[in-house]
Write a protein that binds this ligand. Structure first.
Ligand SMILES: CC(C)(COP(=O)(O)OP(=O)(O)OC[C@H]1O[C@@H](n2cnc3c(N)ncnc32)[C@H](O)[C@@H]1OP(=O)(O)O)[C@@H](O)C(=O)NCCC(=O)NCCS
Length: 301
């Protein structure tokens, strides 16, 4: 069992204490993520603070030297993210110290996260197990072929904040938890399309400003063709501009569509879990079951 983490840590003669991320200065959080080359804007941090909790490592003059956040999606399931330590302090135990704080807060919860290469070993040593790669697909997109027929019997319409429970139900089957706060916050910042058959929502995609452009996610659908149908309007809208989408689809027509539209794989992270397995094995996913084609973000799953 993890030992409770101490409130203070000294690294390289810098004394750090734990602070609540809700009280942290937004510009300083932004500076921390920029220092490790992450694209988040101050607004992206604020979005995450609205739906999650977390702690920061503060030095004695209030500078932010590290962060970790967690997002409770259900009573017994949360994702962890925004785990960053200042480059000048790395490999000295700050990351492990911050994770101990998160794990103490999340005792008894099944946990999921997206691990970068730098953090993989740390999470393994804390008992997390690797499940599946996540492909970070991005680039300046090109106009997709809009002549492609809509999938059989399907119609598209824009979705709005008052569709949140409709989206939540479909997303729950794919994600495994009814994450209304995340979807409501996403809808408040996103444009969205839903694919309907006989008046029933069968797939949806949201797209919001993020980092250096826009990100598409979440995308939930039962089939590649439906996933493409809800994603394609955003690619068309952003032709010539930067778009990002994080997916666990390695092959198949959805993955091919992304690469054809100018969003090749730029980087890979690993879905890891602690407690119950999070992502069902491929062989356990029923052909006609809704699945997550694009993550809301690496942090939110
Ligand atoms: C990942 C990160 C938070 C780790 O923080 P840290 O303060 O260096 O962590 P610690 O010093 O507690 O190290 C924890 C373990 O990771 C290892 N580690 C640290 N940096 C590493 C790196 N760049 N590559 C491989 N392993 C690394 C350490 O050696 C240590 O392992 P050990 O205890 O077996 O020796 C930090 O490197 C970072 O901010 N990276 C950039 C952002 C990022 O990738 N965040 C992770 C998101 S999932």
């Amino acid at each position: 069992m993890e030992k409770a983490a101490s409130e203070c840590l000294v690294v390289d003669s810098v004394q750090m204490k734990i602070g609540n991320i809700a009280d942290a200065d937004l510009d300083r959080l932004h500076a921390l993520s920029m220092a490790v080359g992450w694209p988040h804007r101050a607004e992206d941090w604020q979005f995450l603070r609205h739906v999650g909790k977390g702690v920061v490592a503060l030095d004695d003059i209030g500078r932010i030297l590290g962060s970790v956040m967690w997002f409770p999606h259900a009573d017994n399931f949360a994702t962890i993210g925004m785990m960053i330590t200042s480059p000048r302090l790395q490999a000295n135990g700050t990351g492990r110290w911050l994770m101990r704080h998160a794990l103490t807060e999340l005792k008894g919860c099944n946990l999921g996260l997206s691990a970068t290469r730098a953090a993989h070993r740390l999470y393994l040593s804390l008992g997390f197990e690797a499940e599946k790669p996540v492909y970070q697909c991005q680039g300046e997109v090109i106009e997709p072929d809009m002549q492609l027929a809509m999938p059989d019997g399907a119609g598209l319409r824009e979705v709005h904040p008052d569709d949140v429970s409709l989206l939540g139900e479909l997303d729950r089957k794919a994600f495994g938890a009814y994450r209304l706060p995340v979807l409501a916050e996403s809808l408040a910042h996103s444009k969205g399309f839903g694919l309907f058959r006989n008046g029933k929502l069968k797939a949806f995609a949201l797209c919001r400003p993020f980092g250096r452009g826009h990100v598409i996610g979440p995308v939930v659908a039962n089939h590649d063709q439906d996933a493409i149908a809800v994603t394609r309007p955003f690619v068309a809208e952003h032709a010539g501009r930067f778009l990002r989408l994080d997916t666990r689809q390695k092959e198949g027509s959805f993955a091919e569509f992304l690469s054809r539209c100018g969003m090749p794989v730029f980087d890979t992270v690993t879905t890891m879990s602690l407690g119950q397995r999070w992502i069902p094995e491929d062989s356990a996913v029923l052909e006609d079951r809704s699945r997550i084609y694009a993550l809301a973000s690496q942090t939110l799953g």
